[in-house]
Unconditional design. Sequence first.
Length: 317
Amino acid sequence: MKEVLDVFDISAIVHELSGLAGSHVDKVYQDGDEIFLRLKGEGTKEILLKNGAWLCMSAHRRESTTHPPTFAMTMRKYIGNGRIARIYQYDCDRIIIFEIQKERLYRLIVELLPKGNVLLVDEEDTIISPLYHQRWAHRMIKRGERYQFPPATKNPYGMTFEQFTLEIKKSGEVVRGIIALGIPGKWAEEICVRAGIEKEKPGEDIDEESMEKLYRAAVEILEDIREARFTPMIVKENGKEIDVVPLTFTMYEHLEKETFSSVNEAYDEYYHRVIKKGEDAESREHLTEKKEKILRQLRQQEEALKQFIEEEERYRK
């Protein structure tokens, strides 16, 4: 089950989101680690930012009656009524940037990385407000610090056949060599399926004809994403949603699919049907366990009180 977006998911989602440039930030909402941006332009749109995991246009925000958290209030102060100048993916990584113009330029940076973060920086890259304070050996996420991007990942766009071959040949398995080029694991497997090559086959055993098939399959996927030739769908197995993808996957050809008119709609539906529903179920289970624990403690206290009263009565006699 997909729980986080990979770089190609993000590329497809952001391609559609980029059309929201020119809209204005009407409101910022926050529910725990979920941030919603409500934009007004040609109609009203809302964008979900799930820290460290998900981003898409959404039609499923729940109304909240509680006072907005500090982070949401800070966002409203700085970027409320700001114009969306640009939305883009940073360097084929799991980082999305919203450039927002007011009296000065702000950038809302969404890191869909392990642990994740959402933070606002000014035009000099000084951090105004992060969702969380974080520290690593090479950088610090904290108010007043200068923002630094995490170490760069490999970008598969523009790779030559020679570079592709070299990486595959030195890998233990074909699929691992493809992943080493910056291509996510599921997509690496799809490349092997399209090329008709066993994913576990040693890279050194791949002949030139097979290597060309693998390379063509990889380039085909990259070009489909770059040219926005999307066919978004939720994939199901035995009626259960197991994945959401922006392109048709050969390795899913035997499974049921539910198609959508836009990438964002597909990813929004999957998130709320699968991930959010799962979180709600876990929350209910946690509350049930907590309730049962409290009831056990009450029963134990009642039994202890009963024994105390009985002993007190015996002493009185």
